[in-house]
Design a protein around this ligand. Structure first.
Ligand code: GDP
Ligand code: MN
Length: 377
């Protein structure tokens, strides 16, 4: 789960990490009142679940009240187009005291799956070009894997080349952030940039936190931070119905039971020269009503050329599946081809339901046959 920068900064404050004074603004009519209590220059920042807002025109420095009003008015409500997250409407802005920057540092904690531990990453080349730095001079990005014997970042931080007072401040922030990472079950905590000001203060001017969805059950305080407007509407609808759905960019919708089979199915679609429009794993115990819901969700995707249903009926019986799919298609008036491959419990009853439905399905016997059919779409 992602949260906004202003929410991440509130958590930073809770953990004693220095951030600039700021105020959130959600309505155009509040802009002037909020700004009349500010000193200048200030920074106006779009609050959207996306990185690289600066490059997309969503972060701007305002030198006085009049220009701040203009900038705030143009950013609040704008459609922010970024490489990372596509087009996002800006519903909130953060107005923040500007900081006099001497140096920009990149600092993060992220999950290193290969090494099964948290990785601490830091660079004295932080800022908006960090991806370029990572690509062109990876040696300027320092990493420390945090194993069981605790977190001691001092040595790594000394390599950045700042003086001991600055090093101490960075260390203090790193330790506090590490505590936050562990206590809140975060998968990524990132400050880019963490800046050294002209008066030698170290302060976090950006903040990004992603949480582990599987740990949210023990963090009610984090769940309340979820901004549904930022979520993909189809994915949100799926979550509400207990379905595991992720929207992708291809044209072949797929409905599968089980995540492993879903991955294999996406490979099959690729072998047929197409791309999957989604990942959708209906659970083992899915009822025909749930299948119907899943199907409705699937076909509300405007890019669809066809739907491929690939089910291995174990706990989920093929007749339940067939009933759900039949109902969905009858109720929804679907025009695109539907290809079905069913194997397992009650396969014969399932096939009968589909064949007797009077609807048009292409029932295939195995995955090779499925590939041939999908290839011809
Ligand atoms: P991002 O582009 O989404 O990562 O947004 P950031 O919050 O990192 O802001 C982008 C850039 O704007 C930063 O890398 C800074 O260079 C600049 N910036 C942000 N806040 C300030 C500030 O208070 N003072 C100055 N001088 N620059 C700032
Ligand atoms: Mn940033």
């Amino acid at each position: 789960m992602k949260i906004h920068e202003y929410q991440a900064k509130e958590l930073f404050i809770e953990y004693g990490i220095n951030v600039p004074a700021s105020k959130l603004c959600e309505k155009k009519e509040d802009i002037k009142t909020i700004l009349s209590n500010f000193t200048f220059p200030c920074v106006i920042k779009a609050q959207v679940h996306s990185g690289a807002r600066g490059k997309a025109g969503g972060v701007k420095l305002a030198k006085d009240y009049d220009s701040a009003v203009k900038i705030a008015d143009s950013i609040l409500g704008m459609e922010l187009k970024s490489k990372q997250a596509g087009v996002k409407k800006v519903n909130k802005i953060l107005i923040e005291n500007a900081v006099n920057i001497k140096s920009e540092i990149y600092l993060s904690f992220t999950f290193d799956r290969a090494n099964e531990c948290i990785a601490f990453i830091i660079s004295n080349q932080g800022g908006m070009e960090i991806e370029e730095v990572a690509k062109n001079s990876p040696d300027l990005i320092l990493t420390q894997l945090i194993k069981n014997n605790g977190f001691e970042p001092e040595m790594l931080i000394e390599k950045l080349g700042f003086n001991s007072d600055i090093n101490k401040q960075i260390c203090d922030i790193a330790k506090k952030l590490y505590k936050l990472t562990l206590e809140k079950d975060a998968l990524l905590v990132e400050i880019n940039p963490l800046v050294i000001t002209k008066s030698n203060e170290v302060i976090a001017i950006d903040a990004k936190i992603n949480f582990d969805d599987n740990a949210l059950f023990r963090h009610e305080e984090i769940l309340t931070l979820k901004d549904e407007k930022e979520e993909n509407p189809l994915e949100l609808e799926a979550q509400k119905n207990g379905l595991n759905y992720i929207k992708l960019n291809g044209t072949i919708g797929c409905m599968v039971n089980g995540a492993g089979l879903a991955m294999a199915t996406m490979d099959v679609i690729r072998l047929a020269g197409k791309e999957a429009a989604n990942f959708l794993a209906v659970g083992g115990g899915a009822s025909s009503e749930k299948i119907e819901k899943a199907f409705k969700l699937l076909i509300s995707d405007k890019n669809l050329e066809a739907v491929f249903i690939n089910i291995f009926g174990g706990i989920l019986r093929c007749d339940f599946l067939a009933e759900g799919v039949k109902n969905a298609i009858q109720n929804l008036n679907i025009n695109c081809p539907v290809i079905v491959r069913m194997e397992g419990t009650n396969k014969d009853i399932g096939s009968k339901i589909l064949n007797n439905s009077g609807l048009k399905f292409t029932v295939v016997n195995d995955l090779n046959e499925a590939i041939e059919v999908i290839r011809k779409i």
